[in-house]
Design a protein around this ligand. Structure first.
Ligand SMILES: [Zn+2]
Ligand SMILES: [Zn+2]
Length: 255
């Protein structure tokens, strides 16, 4: 079972007694779909922290799209890590967060964004709030969230996060979230003054195939490797060793 850090500070939860309500559980049957995640109700625009290390693989428009009058506009951040892809939904990502950004466990990645207008609050549901983190879990390789409609089969890449999230919730008070870093602080910590435009200062980037900067015929899988513009420093004005040149040099001395 993955060991996640609970993504919300305990003091921001509307209900200390339970992880969610009977309405916010995974698989709850709604009007047109089954609930693909778990709702963590919070008091306001609370900060959301990475539950494990990972790389941002997508930032989506999530709720409140054209024709969706029930919900307000929110976004979602999909992060791939050791346990698969975690989707932090119904949020507004922090400034500077992009696809390819590297997140350490406990880093501040987003703030909860209201998904319902105040008049749609449900005082009849214990702990319910118009602000919630909608948390989903997918298989590795997922690059967009799914919709699990009534007539659809169970989405093959969707996982039930109830057990590991409940475990993280139970341990939430013992986890030190105060030492969190924003992306900006993370870059400062790495000594990045002018973030590399190619990798946003992270030093790694997502390549379209397994050949990455190494060239040649690559496999079809998207692959993270060192950034070929800054060569890993993350700084546009302070480049690392050009691995392409080193490789060429090695090849030429072999001949
Ligand atoms: Zn939800
Ligand atoms: Zn770079």
């Amino acid at each position: 079972m993955p060991q996640w850090t609970f993504p919300i500070k305990s003091e921001d939860l509307t209900n200390q007694e339970r992880l969610t309500s009977e309405y916010g559980v995974f698989g709850h049957k709604r009007s047109y779909y089954y609930h693909q995640g778990i709702d963590i109700y919070v008091t306001g625009k609370s900060r959301v922290f990475a539950a494990e290390d990972g790389i941002v693989v997508a930032i989506e428009d999530f709720t409140g799209g054209p024709g969706e009058e029930h919900w307000l506009y929110t976004q979602a951040v999909l992060v791939e890590g050791a346990s698969g892809v975690l989707n932090y939904g119904e949020v507004k990502p922090v400034r500077g967060l992009e696809v390819g950004s590297y997140l350490r466990r406990g880093m501040h990645l987003a703030n909860v964004s209201p998904v319902l207008p105040p008049e749609k609050a449900r005082p009849d549901i214990m702990g319910h709030s118009t602000h919630m983190l909608h948390f989903e879990w997918y298989e590795t390789g997922t690059r967009e969230s799914v919709r699990w409609n009534h007539e659809d089969p169970y989405p093959s890449n969707l996982k039930d996060p109830t057990v590991p999230l409940t475990s993280a919730w139970e341990l939430r008070n013992s986890v030190e979230l105060d030492k969190t870093l924003t992306v900006r602080e993370f870059l400062a910590w790495r000594g990045v003054v002018t973030p590399c435009p190619s990798c946003a200062g992270m030093g790694t980037m997502l390549y379209g195939s397994t050949s990455t900067w190494r060239g040649g015929l690559g496999g079809a899988a998207m692959t993270y490797d060192v950034c070929r513009v800054c060569w890993g420093t993350g700084d546009a004005n302070r480049k690392g060793t050009d691995l392409e040149k080193v490789t060429e040099l090695l090849e030429s001395t072999k001949g």
